[in-house]
Design a binder for this molecule. Structure first.
Ligand code: ASP
Length: 367
């Protein structure tokens, strides 16, 4: 009996990411998945006009379609999420790139990060401006620097040196964001009450090779000062990807996500749960007359269930809530699942998989 369990557990430890597809050569049939978000917060039907509802759903739909197409054609998860996040950064409806919230000094300080689960390579930038698409700067840090995180003027310089498209400071600003910061400065509304939680963007994906990637981009919080940096550019807090467990992108009250290390915490729980779940499943396998298992469960044929994944994500978000934080996450797993967990009234979100699942949602009571 112990031999059989050991065989199952040993198989887990030597296995890398579980491959959802049994025949790697058949790319056509290989599974892929993607989930995206455009921020979480007090997103109720009475706070969103029909026009906004329509625009947000359309923007999420285009972003989702772009990422899905790349994955469907056999592109990598890291390329799919980069392209997806760029679309959301370019859309003024979101708090990232164009449309980013303003600081106390009415400037923009943008944060972004990206991670490739196949080799745990990562790049992040904090408090930057001048770059049109911060996710491309995070990607450049990952691909072309020996570092993981750059900030401020140095990061801006790195961006120019690497030929990324530059914009003038007024590019990011929209009348809506200007009014928000003016209301805060005039004390008409507190920083805590302003709708700053709408609009951070992120994407997570698994590609046909079973590789995972995650990325997040934001303007941060309206009225932030003193060089405040949230969770979005922090690997392990707002973004994490590991082929052995999951890809996560977060949105919400950054200080709490940092303290819990939310993105890494969810991935770590999945990674730890998997061998235990295999061992538990092995216990249910019938034994022969000599008392040996008739079958040894192999890691490559075992996956955590949708319910287990959802429970792990919900548990971490519940802990976030207990600490006083609000917001949510999107996840993708090496078994092809893609989903969300949030404790706010709503979250701009979408997901699509090779199995034909596709949805774009805003409110908490939607799928
Ligand atoms: N998490 C972001 C931050 O704290 C804000 C957000 O997601 O709305 O900077």
């Amino acid at each position: 009996m112990f031999k059989a369990i050991f065989a199952a557990v040993a198989a887990v430890s030597v296995g890398s990411a579980a491959l959802a597809q049994s025949d790697e050569s058949d790319l056509e049939d290989a599974r892929w998945s993607i989930a995206i978000h455009g921020g979480a917060g007090t997103i109720n039907r009475d706070k969103i006009t029909t026009e906004q509802d329509k625009n947000i759903r359309a923007a999420l739909g285009i972003a989702l379609e772009t990422g899905s197409q790349i994955l469907k054609e056999g592109g990598s998860a890291i390329d799919a999420i980069t392209a997806t996040i760029m679309i959301l950064e370019n859309d003024p409806n979101f708090n990232a790139g164009k449309g980013a919230v303003l600081t106390w000094d009415k400037t923009n300080e943008l944060d972004s990060s990206i991670m490739d689960g196949s080799d745990l390579s990562a790049g992040a930038v904090a408090g930057i401006n001048g770059t049109k698409n911060p996710i491309l700067l995070a990607r450049a840090v990952k691909d072309h620097s020996p570092h993981v995180m750059l900030s401020g003027a140095g990061a801006n310089q790195f961006s120019r040196e690497h030929g990324l498209e530059q914009v003038t400071p007024d590019y990011y600003t929209t009348p809506y964001r200007l009014k928000q910061i003016e209301d805060v400065l005039a004390k008409k509304v507190s920083i805590a009450d302003v709708d700053y939680k709408f609009g951070t963007v992120g994407a997570v994906a698994m590609d046909k090779d079973g590789h995972m990637a995650a990325g997040t981009s934001t303007g941060g919080m309206t009225g932030k000062r003193w060089g405040r940096i949230g969770d979005s550019p922090i690997i392990g807090a707002g973004t994490y990807a590991d082929d052995r467990s999951c890809a996560i992108s977060a949105t919400g009250s950054g200080e709490y996500f940092i303290r819990l290390g939310v993105a890494h915490e969810i991935c770590a729980r999945i990674r730890m749960r998997w061998p235990i779940a295999i061992a538990e499943a092995q216990l249910a396998v019938p034994k022969d007359e000599a008392g040996n298992y008739t079958y040894a469960i192999h890691a490559s044929e075992f996956q955590l269930s949708d319910e287990e994944i959802q429970q792990i994500a919900d548990d971490v978000i519940a802990e976030l809530g207990e600490l006083g934080g609000d917001g949510g996450i999107i996840y993708a797993t090496p078994w092809g699942q893609a989903g969300y967990s949030f404790n706010t009234a709503g979250m701009y979100r979408g997901r699509a998989t090779s199995e034909g699942e596709r949805s774009v949602s805003i409110y908490g009571d939607e799928e």
